[in-house]
Design a binder for this molecule. Structure first.
Ligand SMILES: [Zn+2]
Ligand SMILES: [Zn+2]
Length: 200
């Protein structure tokens, strides 16, 4: 991915489509950068805790550089559009929560219906395109406080991601992170083999 690409484009390219959820995530990421006075993450200076696994999280990954692969994106399966962005360098953390109703309204509702439908007619596809434009305008230009509320919180930073040794599974012969292998009568076994053979 190109570092010089504007955040909006980075997020859309990463996510693959424009949708209201992604736009809300873009607003969160840009707000966090500005409010905390930070740059996108290079090496785990930032940590983001997300309480949802929906579209907005991809904006966090693309713009803030808090990613699944680096281990500085922490997912809590709470089903809430809440994002806590924390900076080690600044020693600060912001909890940003989407306001109830922040992304509602008939256009958002209709967009979701069409997005879920699949196999749209030409008319429906055109309607969806049109709605995307309307929602883009609205969500990208709305005052941030109309969409979200936020506050500074105390945050306990997790240790930076550790690199673990890889051992060879006695079952399949594939490599597996040592802390994921289980000691059995057959030797150290990977989770895949455990699932397949019930650990025997
Ligand atoms: Zn989406
Ligand atoms: Zn195995």
């Amino acid at each position: 991915m190109c570092k010089n690409m504007p955040p909006l484009e980075l997020a859309i390219q990463f996510h693959g489509h424009i949708c209201p959820g992604l736009l809300m995530g873009i607003r969160v990421a840009e707000f966090a950068l500005k409010e905390l006075g930070i740059s996108p993450d290079v090496d785990e200076e930032l940590v983001t805790v997300v309480e949802t696994n929906s579209c907005g999280v991809d904006a966090i990954q693309a713009i803030l550089g808090c990613t699944f692969g680096k281990g500085n994106l922490i997912y809590k399966d709470y089903g809430k559009n809440v994002y806590t962005v924390a900076s080690r360098d600044k020693g600060r953390a912001l909890r940003i929560a989407q306001k109830f109703g922040g992304n509602r309204g008939p256009e958002s509702q209709r967009f979701r219906e069409l997005a879920q439908k699949g196999n749209l007619t030409a008319d429906e596809a055109a309607e969806k395109e049109n709605l995307t434009g309307i929602l883009f305008e609205r969500l990208m230009s709305a005052p941030f406080e109309d969409l979200f509320e936020w506050r500074e919180i105390d945050f306990v930073f997790p240790e930076k991601a550790k690199i673990h040794a890889t051992i060879q599974c006695a079952g399949c012969g594939e490599g597996v992170m040592d802390i994921r292998a289980v000691d059995t009568a057959r030797g150290l076994i990977c989770p895949t083999c455990l699932e397949e053979k019930g650990g025997q």
